[in-house]
Write a protein that binds this ligand. Structure first.
Ligand SMILES: Nc1ncnc2c1ncn2[C@@H]1O[C@H](COP(=O)(O)OP(=O)(O)OP(=O)(O)O)[C@@H](O)[C@H]1O
Ligand SMILES: [Mg+2]
Length: 262
């Protein structure tokens, strides 16, 4: 699906590389977890894949291959197509990613407007379908609402709808449930599982919550200071971590939940 080969990212203003040579594969149809301490380079990795890094402020090297194409070295028009159609992105704070003055339906359709040549009618159809996919009740009514008229969970569903409206093969999720309360968080996780199962969308799921990662992700990659210290089957890593950093992460989870997946 997606293969990262020896990715390096260095911001000009920083001494140390934010990402210091990672290689990682996201397989077809899988949900891969990416965990690690704050500042370890998880978001920068996701931004590199999504083509969202400010290119003038950093130096990038390596390869990011999607369907055989190298995203780091593709030309602009190719990238525009790939990023709009094949990769969707969801970030932590739905409210701060939404424009308060723009109706939900139009926002969900923004990526389609920017990245495809669909007519407004076609776009609306795709947006309504996406709102339905994320199980928002009465998509037509939601379409015409403003963000503040939606709860936090509904806003995050709308952002997920925006990310999947163009039917991407890969969804990058950067702490998509961290800002939500536990019940809503569980509902969003169920939704992600459903989208993975029924649409076959591959996902990279960044989270600080190891219990959530264990429930959702078949494989997990552990990052520390810009490097990947361990990658593998989630259950194996949780029960038999090899790297000292992973061992510390796992032993920091309360024991009651460590033994049994919750
Ligand atoms: N635009 C930028 N300019 C300079 N340095 C940056 C920029 N964005 C990120 N960094 C640095 O790159 C490193 C990796 O940051 P990143 O945001 O990827 O961490 P993270 O693993 O996502 O952390 P968190 O768990 O807190 O979200 C950090 O040292 C950060 O300060
Ligand atoms: Mg981050």
């Amino acid at each position: 699906m997606l293969e990262i080969r020896d990715l390096h990212v260095k911001f000009h203003t920083r001494e140390r590389e934010a990402v210091a040579g990672i290689s990682l594969t996201i397989r077809d149809g899988e949900i891969l977890g990416l965990v690690g301490e704050s500042g370890s380079g998880k978001t920068v990795t996701a931004m590199s894949i999504a083509g969202l890094l400010p290119r003038k402020q950093c130096r990038l090297s390596g390869e990011i291959l999607l369907g055989g194409k190298d995203l780091l070295h593709a030309d602009r028009s190719e990238l525009r197509k790939i990023h709009g159609n094949e990769i969707g992105v969801v970030f932590q704070e739905p409210m701060s990613s939404m424009d308060p003055l723009m109706k939900v339906g139009l926002q969900v359709g923004e990526t389609l407007r920017i990245h495809t040549d669909n007519s407004p009618e076609e776009r609306k159809k795709l947006v309504l379908a996406a709102l339905d996919d994320v199980e928002l009740p009465d998509p037509e009514a939601i379409y015409n609402k403003y963000p503040h008229e939606l709860s936090g969970g509904m806003q995050q569903r709308a952002m997920i709808a925006a990310a999947i409206a163009s039917r991407p093969k890969l969804l990058l999720l950067d702490e998509p449930t961290t800002a939500l309360d536990v019940t809503v968080q569980a509902q969003i996780l169920e939704l992600l599982k459903k989208l993975n199962r029924t649409h076959g969308i591959s996902m990279m799921f960044i989270s600080h919550n190891l219990n959530v990662v264990r429930k959702l992700c078949k494989r997990v990659a552990i990052m520390q200071r810009g490097e990947l210290v361990e990658t593998g089957d989630t259950e194996k890593i949780f029960t038999d971590p090899q790297h000292p950093y992973t061992q510390r992460l796992i032993s920091a989870i309360p024991t009651r939940t460590r033994k049994e997946p919750v």
